[in-house]
Design a binder for this molecule. Structure first.
Ligand code: SF4
Length: 371
């Protein structure tokens, strides 16, 4: 008898919670079906009564999946700050928390439990999105789901991105970016056009990938997936965020930058962000606690205008300049942008600022809809 395992990043799920109102939802039925026949088939399900606003789950490394009826807004603005140039993308909120573990992950500060929440009331989500995207078909939207979770981490169980791609086929004024550190390309089957979905992977120096990112796909797997998408006609996005200052950073970032172009061509990359490690004050002790081997948090940081600690500007500029020079040598140019950086840093590294091309949000919107 076959008893296949779930992908390794989902094997710590040992319990499913489901809101009473969602027990019969398509999402709950799908998760049940997809667990059937796997080693996790027998994990217990608990129905959460309507009047219960909190669930308790505390079992060491184990994780719980919570299929929840979400009552808030699904379409949001990215929580960027006015002090720096923000890319202005919109978030489709599909759930919270992530089964993987990256030492630098901001979600550790947001969610201090091991409960992976998925908004199971997809009908409400699609209704809100339809109202927003359908109100004026001339208004364009660049949207993504990878802000409070990884876009594809739970895809194997939920098929959420597949459903979203399917729904958005009707809205050619929307480009969806699916940002992930794992490989799950099952959403591709739902895409009727290749120019309205931007699969995206975060990359880092091999040393950082090996020492600071756990349960994620390898860099090679991510790049192979990017190549598969480009071969199918999609463009991809690649992101270097957070760039980390560690002793051999030059060799590490040079190596991964060079490897990118063994898999994809510059013109197949819609855009690429560069972001230096930034850290809310309350995140540092959490990283130190969760990842005691981590040393980059003890670098030289200063508080930024958004109150987050960021690497001293000369060090950031040095890293950015090194990476931008190398990327430009491979043919990358206007696809490159900084995530949350100042006008001064843009000028120093790129020699221009977002205002020179009408603002970062406008620039990325134009690139997203280029085809
Ligand atoms: S994959 Fe992304 S969301 Fe998940 S832990 Fe890593 S940084 Fe956080």
């Amino acid at each position: 008898m076959t008893n296949p395992q779930l992908p390794s990043h989902l094997r710590r799920i040992s319990h499913v919670f489901v809101d009473e109102s969602m027990t019969d939802s398509p999402m709950a039925r799908r998760v049940r079906e997809r667990l059937t026949g796997t080693a996790q088939e027998a994990i217990p399900w608990t129905v959460v009564p309507e009047n219960q606003d909190r669930i308790e789950f505390e079992r060491g490394e184990e994780q719980a999946l919570y299929l929840k009826e979400y009552k808030g807004k699904f379409l949001r603005f990215c929580p960027g700050t006015r002090a720096y140039h923000c890319c202005g993308y919109r978030i489709i909120h599909i759930g919270e928390n992530c089964p993987m573990a990256c030492s630098y992950c901001i979600l550790q500060a947001y969610f201090q439990d091991r409960i992976l929440k998925i908004w199971a009331n997809q009908d409400a989500l699609f209704s809100e999105l339809g109202n927003s995207f359908g109100a004026d078909r001339n208004t364009r939207f660049r949207v993504g789901t990878g802000e409070f979770t990884d876009s594809l981490a739970l895809e194997h169980l939920t098929g959420y991105s597949h459903d979203l791609v399917d729904f958005l086929n009707e809205y050619d004024n929307v480009v969806l970016e699916l940002k992930s550190k794992v490989v799950d390309l099952s959403w591709m089957a739902a895409a009727k056009r290749t120019d309205r979905v931007l699969p995206a992977w975060s990359l880092n120096a091999p040393y950082i990938n090996e020492h600071e990112e756990f349960d994620v796909s390898t860099l090679t797997e991510r790049l192979q997936a990017a190549r598969t998408c480009t071969e199918a006609g999609f463009r991809v996005c690649l992101h270097f965020d957070p760039i980390i200052h560690y002793p051999a950073w030059r060799e590490g970032y040079a190596e991964i930058i060079d490897r990118i172009f063994d898999y994809v061509k510059p013109e197949q990359i819609a855009y690429m962000s560069l972001g230096s490690f930034r850290c809310m004050p309350q995140l540092t002790p959490i990283i130190a606690d969760n990842f005691p081997e981590t040393t980059y948090i003890y670098n030289e940081f200063v508080p930024g205008l958004d109150s987050k600690a960021r690497l001293l500007r000369p060090l950031r500029v040095e890293q950015f300049s090194f990476m931008v020079d190398r990327l430009r040598a491979h043919g990358m140019d206007k696809q490159l942008y900084f995530c949350m950086e100042s006008t001064e840093v843009w000028n120093e590294v790129f020699g221009y600022t977002p205002s020179d091309f009408g603002g970062l949000g406008n620039h990325l919107m134009a690139r997203a809809f280029e085809r």
